[in-house]
Design a protein around this ligand. Structure first.
Ligand code: TYM
Length: 335
């Protein structure tokens, strides 16, 4: 049995990108033999300022959304990161293992910090160290993510290797990303070269998993495309990122292959294609939004699920991180 770990930031509503790139895989992986641990990474969320009331609400909403997607608390451990102190403790140790040069190369930091690197929080810079700690605190070996997280996972392996080497142990195992190839990177509806993101200023750029049928249809109708008709083969889409993106989304939510969809819509414009896509999306996404609202109506139950998840998570991560602390040379604390 392997252990699977993944996380999502409770900053805004999960998008179709989060869902097709990662969350549906989280749900799928619950069916297997492996132990699944899924985390709402609120410590990561505050690397950019969050209004406290909004953070609380978004954490509940993300928990409700994960349950609505099909995460089963009796099968998987679902909890919020700040409730398990092992993450921050190992994160600090990793701050002292990772090198500035490694973090300087992180493309997500460069993207998020933009031109004004002096003004962002130091937390944003060491963000990947905490992410490495999230995974290694459980000795997890498989991490289901979208492809924007691959560089962070490589770094987590570099950190573990350096820790093992510096202290002469083989304590932290190698980790592997688990990627859904066709939807590893769902793109913005306004620009096929940009990732769909919950933090994009334009709501039209994404489908939120809580959007209703009218909103979904309208966003798909307005989604950027090109004037050419749809081709009959995938290779012809190489230079048409928006068309390729919509086709990938359509295949993922309908279960039909991209080739079969092209065979059906080849030679036509985007009108009929978009209507059929919107219909497939509504059928897939709207029930998730509805169930999210149902779960959100009972916050006491969400609290109960998250606390129980945190208790189980701490039971696994606590002893592993304590061992790491002994390896580093820290004396035991209070019993
Ligand atoms: P976050 O909150 O940005 O995204 C959660 C998951 O969704 C995936 N994703 C996408 N996949 C395909 N297309 C997209 N447009 C798209 N946008 C987002 C992300 O790859 C991710 O899998 N750093 C992480 C959270 C994290 C984590 C961890 C993940 C913290 N600790 C430990 C794994 C293991 C993040 O910001 O995800």
């Amino acid at each position: 049995m392997a252990r699977i770990f993944s996380g999502i930031q409770p900053t805004g509503i999960a998008t179709l990108g989060n869902y097709l790139g990662a969350l549906r895989n989280w749900v799928e992986l619950q069916q297997g033999e492996d132990e699944c641990i899924y985390c709402l990474v609120d410590l990561h969320a505050i690397t950019t300022f969050q209004e406290p009331a909004a953070l609380r609400e978004q954490t509940y909403t993300m928990a409700a959304l994960l349950l609505a997607c099909g995460i089963k608390p009796e099968r998987s451990i679902l909890f919020h990161q700040s409730a398990v102190s092992a993450h921050a403790r190992l994160g600090w140790i990793f701050n002292c293992v990772a090198r500035m040069g490694w973090l300087n190369r992180m493309t997500q930091f460069k993207d998020k910090a933009g031109k004004d690197r002096e003004a962002v929080s130091t937390g944003l810079f060491v963000y990947p160290n905490l992410m490495a700690a999230d995974i290694h605190a459980y000795h997890a070996t498989k991490v289901p993510v979208g492809d924007d997280q691959l560089q962070h996972i490589e770094l987590a392996n570099d950190i573990a290797e350096k820790f093992n080497h510096d202290f002469g142990v083989s304590f932290f195992p190698r980790i592997e990303p688990v990627i859904l190839k066709e939807t590893a990177r769902v793109m913005s509806l306004r620009d096929g070269t940009k990732k769909m993101s919950k933090s994009d200023p334009s709501d039209q750029s994404r489908i939120n998993m809580t959007d209703d049928a009218d909103m979904i249809s309208s966003k798909i109708r307005k989604a950027k495309t090109d004037p050419e008709p749809l081709p009959d083969n995938l290779a012809a889409l190489a230079e048409r990122p928006e068309a390729r993106n919509l086709l990938g989304i359509f295949a993922a939510v309908s279960g039909e292959s991209q080739e079969a969809l092209l065979a059906r819509f080849a030679g036509g414009g985007f009108g009929p294609f978009k209507s059929a896509l919107a219909e497939a999306l509504v059928a897939h996404v709207e029930p998730i939004g509805r169930r999210t609202r149902e779960y959100l109506a009972d916050k006491a139950e969400l609290d109960r699920i998250l606390r129980e998840g945190a208790r189980r998570a701490a039971g696994i991560a606590g002893p592993i991180v304590e061992k790491a602390e002994r390896i580093v040379g820290f004396l035991p604390g209070a019993a």
